[in-house]
Design a protein around this ligand. Structure first.
Ligand SMILES: NC(=O)c1ccc[n+]([C@@H]2O[C@H](COP(=O)([O-])OP(=O)(O)OC[C@H]3O[C@@H](n4cnc5c(N)ncnc54)[C@H](OP(=O)(O)O)[C@@H]3O)[C@@H](O)[C@H]2O)c1
Length: 248
């Protein structure tokens, strides 16, 4: 793969201020894309990321858009399309993990998980999909928890990640006539604020991973880059595990 194979391409990443999303933004820029990304609260981190990219000659734009609100997500996509002229790659990365015994969740918390992890994904795809062209890509960051759940308290999160896996299959059919592929990446434990490798769950989780270590945000970004490349043109509707051999 040519290191600047994304020259002239544009991308939109939800939740790009920290963690896996920030790595995805950096890697897309490194390979030549201009990237717009959203954040909810971390304005400082988002602006720092834009500055560091611009200092190295790249192009990035941060947009505040809370994924709890589908209209905000759609507006952010529209803003990016207006600025860049078109969008070639959409990465739905923003997500929340709410862990709690099932009988303690409020219905508001149920709705929030669905809004951020599922509804916003659909909203972004509705906004970006129609202007996409042959070779363009839609990639969602799901989770290994779509298929396996090693702990109690994960009911809503697991549900939301199974929903995006199924949505990916449906949308892959919908967008195939346009030549656009739609895929879902399912990471295992990845060292971020959401799931620190030194956190309370880490010692238990590490024992469940064949390779014996957490993934890095960059590991996940590598798969996004592969799926964005022409090498991945025959992959669509897939949920791809990237988990170091988690619970196998
Ligand atoms: N870490 C793991 O072990 C793991 C494993 C499997 C899947 N995943 C998935 O990978 C994705 C990224 O996770 P991460 O570990 O990088 O999480 P993280 O460290 O908590 O970062 C989350 C990112 O999403 C943004 N975000 C959160 N809520 C948002 C909202 N309502 N609206 C807009 N942006 C929002 C955050 O923005 P602010 O900075 O503004 O808050 C931040 O940029 C998620 O979909 C997660 O479910 C993570």
């Amino acid at each position: 793969m040519n290191s600047n194979f994304l020259n002239g391409k544009t991308a939109f990443v939800t939740g790009g201020s920290r963690g896996i999303g920030a790595s995805i933004v950096k890697r897309l820029v490194k390979n030549g894309a201009a990237v717009a990304f959203t954040y909810a609260n971390s304005a400082e981190k988002a602006n720092e990321l834009v500055k560091s990219i611009e200092a190295e000659g790249g192009r990035a734009m941060a947009i505040r858009a809370n994924s709890e609100n589908a209209d905000s997500v759609k507006s952010a996509v529209t803003q990016a399309i207006k600025t860049f002229g078109h969008l070639n790659i959409l990465v739905n990365n923003a997500g929340i993990l709410d862990v709690k015994p099932y009988d303690q969740f409020t219905m508001e918390e149920f709705d929030r998980t669905v809004a951020v992890n599922v509804r916003a994904v659909f909203a972004a795809i509705q906004a970006a999909g129609p202007q996409m062209q042959s070779g363009d890509r839609i990639i969602t960051i799901g989770s290994v928890n779509a298929d396996v759940t090693g702990f109690p308290g994960m009911s809503l999160y697991s549900m939301s990640k199974a929903a995006v896996a199924a949505m990916t299959r449906g949308l892959a059919r919908d967008l195939a006539p346009q030549g656009v592929t739609v895929n879902n990446i399912q990471p295992g434990p990845v060292d971020t604020d959401m799931n620190p490798a030194e956190g309370s769950m880490a010692s238990i989780l590490k024992n469940m991973i064949a390779l014996g270590r957490y993934g890095t945000a960059n590991d996940i970004a590598s798969l996004v880059i592969f799926l964005s490349s022409p090498e991945a043109s025959y992959i669509t509707g897939a949920s791809l595990d990237i988990n170091g051999g988690f619970m196998i």
